[in-house]
Design a protein around this ligand. Structure first.
Ligand code: B12
Length: 210
């Protein structure tokens, strides 16, 4: 299905690609499966095709925008179910433009009954901290893709500890953390997860140990 979805997008047909996903979900495929097995796979394959010069920036942008639009069409299936009275703020640190991974993490938290505040790409540090304080977040989830943004994470975490009395736990994730096991400890985070599917369980372990 991921292959068919990608081929359809590369042909420029986002309507059929979207319908394919809606049909699958209405036919019983879980949104979680679609996220992990179709969207994540496809985005990573798009990156490989771009890196090896088989597609251009325009095709990558088209596919990424279409995928985000199709994700929005799945929201009636995401914002359902029992709430847990747990709050998570999810953000990409300043300068970071890769936001689909973080959005997936946010949506997995929602699907597990958390209330989420997804701030998206390129969020200034003071806005992240302000949101965490305003919502008394149980968890702050920080996403980084480009290695040159990792130092931003260190600085946000130290400000959070120094400037607030909150017991908010910090979970980090994204490409550099997946490449380098143990990096999450070096930036001062409380935990790390490899993907959206494992992020919520990691967060719940951190809360239980608080
Ligand atoms: C789409 C895309 C873009 C788009 C992003 C648009 C958007 N709205 O998000 C745009 C065009 C902006 C872009 C720009 C760039 N990109 Co780009 N991009 C991608 C691409 C193709 C897909 C990203 C994606 O959606 N992945 C799918 C998601 C689902 O996967 P994920 O991000 O890994 O997230 C999962 C986990 O990591 C984890 N996770 C993520 N965050 C968090 C947070 C927490 C708390 C937790 C627990 C878990 C977690 O869970 C997620 C879901 O399971 C990737 C290819 C790839 N392999 O990912 C390249 C890629 C990341 N980009 C790359 C590059 C080089 C760039 C640019 C430098 C290009 C340029 N020359 O300008 C710029 C940098 C921009 C910047 N300052 O951030 C390289 C990075 C290589 C490297 N060594 O670092 C990649 C890998 C492409 C490649 N193969 O070379 N890009």
């Amino acid at each position: 299905m991921a292959r068919q979805f990608l081929e359809t997008l590369l042909q420029g047909d986002r309507r059929t690609a979207g319908q394919m996903i809606l049909d699958a979900v209405q036919g019983g495929t879980s949104v979680k499966t679609i996220y992990m097995q179709v969207f994540q796979r496809t985005q990573r394959e798009i990156g490989r095709l771009w890196q090896t010069n088989q597609i251009g920036v325009a095709e990558e942008h088209f596919c990424t925008a279409a995928t985000q639009m199709i994700m929005s069409q799945l929201y009636p299936y995401i914002f359902t179910g029992e709430r847990k009275d747990r709050r998570a703020v999810i953000a990409c640190v300043g300068g970071e433009l890769h936001e689909i991974g973080a959005r997936m993490v946010a949506d997995f938290f929602e699907m597990q009954g958390w209330d989420t505040y997804f701030l998206g790409a390129n969020t200034p540090p003071h806005s992240i901290l302000q949101t965490v304080m305003e919502h008394k977040a149980d968890v702050l989830a920080l996403s980084v893709t480009m290695t040159f943004h990792v130092s931003e994470v260190t600085s946000i975490i130290s400000s959070l500890r120094a400037e607030t009395r909150l017991t908010t736990r910090v979970l980090v994730g994204g490409y550099p953390f997946n490449l380098s096991p143990g990096l999450w400890r070096k930036v001062g985070a409380d935990g790390y997860a490899v993907d959206a599917e494992t992020a919520v369980a990691s967060a719940e372990r951190l809360i239980a140990a608080r």
